[in-house]
Write a protein that binds this ligand. Structure first.
Ligand SMILES: Cc1ncc(COP(=O)(O)O)c(C=O)c1O
Length: 393
């Protein structure tokens, strides 16, 4: 049994030791400000330019289209508010979906207090947004569509290209929050017709507190911060060079081989957990699911209780997105794909990374069935369970 089986990689990942190594010189020796004109400044500026190039290349963008930020939340705020305020003469309508991260949902909610209107597109029972529904929702006031690429909770990967074609046809800006999918599912800003893309570092074995927003050349966007002329005058503030270097190193280290290995572990976990009676997989199977995501509902038990018992066995899991976990209300994503309150409350998310071992997956498959059995025996919704499940489960 491993010391701690860490299966909450959608919340955050272990910083790769090679990333830490790449960052260290930018704390110890190359600590200059990238805006300074002396040798230490130039050293920092060169590192910044290299990192920008690496990240731009990974999504088929130009270097000057990458704006470094403090992470996914800032990039989401910048994209949505920045487009809303810069383009309000064109319209006040924003379209998003019912399965977004809070950084999008709460930004849209706030914009409603500023005179903007939002439409939340529904999703099907696997979490897919339909391009036809999108087309129906677009009005002559629509300025922006924002859709999460790989869903944080159930792993659904949207067809960005199909949604991008609708946006192009109606001249609507297209933003995707790709924090969960970046380096795992393909992003090609040209092919997918993207105007704005949110990415961050701590989901891909880079440091926390750093991210980026891709802003297509020519897009009209208002900065969030006002100050110096950093980041092509779009994001004031001295750049976090160690963080940015670490972010780019994490991108360079991402590999197809790791994705293939993670996918195998994911499928082993899915097959093993589904052997527990009264269990369902939330979200799609196969290639349209993030390689590292699993999400299950267990009839008649609470996800929080499962997570608590797993924690006692040194297994880290999650019941939903980390940010909403403190609230004991059913996940909006699970409700949006049509789960009942009971099914949503009985959900558990286990997310894998390149550092996950077979041993950790086996630990879950060994520890989980007796936990579910024990909790079902204690369950207040015992009657429902007994009705649905075979004896002894
Ligand atoms: C899809 C998505 N968007 C945005 C964020 C926020 O990113 P950050 O933690 O870098 O602010 C997260 C992280 O939880 C996420 O999963």
């Amino acid at each position: 049994m491993p010391k701690v089986a860490y299966l909450d990689n959608a919340a955050s990942t272990k910083t790769d030791p090679k990333v830490v190594e790449a960052m260290l010189p930018y704390f110890n020796e190359k600590y200059g400000n990238a805006s300074s004109l002396h040798s230490k400044g130039l050293e920092a500026k060169e590192a910044l330019d290299r990192a920008r190039k690496t990240i731009a290349k990974s999504i088929n963008a130009k270097s000057e289209e990458i704006i470094f930020t403090s992470g996914g939340t800032e990039s989401d705020n910048f994209a949505i508010k920045g487009i809303a305020f810069a383009n309000k003469q064109m319209g006040n309508h924003i379209i998003t979906t019912s399965i977004e991260h809070k950084a999008i949902l709460n930004t849209c909610k706030w914009l409603e207090t500023q005179g903007f209107e939002t439409t939340m597109l529904p999703v099907d029972n696997e979490g897919f947004v339909s391009p036809e529904e999108l087309e129906k929702a677009i009005t002559d006031k629509t300025i922006l569509l924002s859709v999460i690429h790989g869903n944080s909770e159930i792993g659904t990967i949207q067809d960005l290209q199909a949604l991008g074609e609708v946006c192009k046809k109606h001249k609507v800006y297209f933003h995707t929050d790709a924090c969960q999918s970046y380096t795992k599912a393909g992003i090609d800003v040209k092919k997918q017709n993207l105007d704005l893309v949110t990415i961050n570092s701590h989901k891909i074995h880079g440091p926390k507190g750093v991210g980026a927003l891709y802003v297509k050349q020519g897009v009209k966007i208002t900065p969030l911060f006002h100050g110096g002329d950093h980041e092509f005058k779009l994001r004031a503030g001295t750049e976090n060079i160690p963080g940015i270097v670490g972010f780019a190193e994490a991108v360079k280290l991402a590999s197809k081989k790791d994705i293939e290995r993670i996918t195998k572990l994911r499928d082993k976990l899915i097959e093993g957990v589904l052997k527990i009676p009264g269990t369902r997989l939330n979200g799609p199977r196969g290639e349209k699911r993030l390689c590292n995501n699993t999400n299950f509902s267990f009839m008649g038990v609470e996800g929080e209780s499962i997570g608590g018992y797993l924690n006692l066995k040194s297994i880290c899991s999650s019941t939903g997105s980390a940010c909403s976990e403190a609230l004991l209300e059913p996940s909006k994503v699970l409700m949006a794909i049509g789960l009942t309150h009971e099914e949503a409350n009985g959900s558990l998310r286990l997310t894998i990374s390149k550092f996950t071992t077979e041993e950790e997956i086996e630990a879950v498959l060994k520890e989980l069935p007796p936990i579910i059995k024990k909790l079902r025996r204690m369950s207040p919704i015992d009657k429902v369970v007994k009705h649905v499940l075979p004896k002894n489960n």
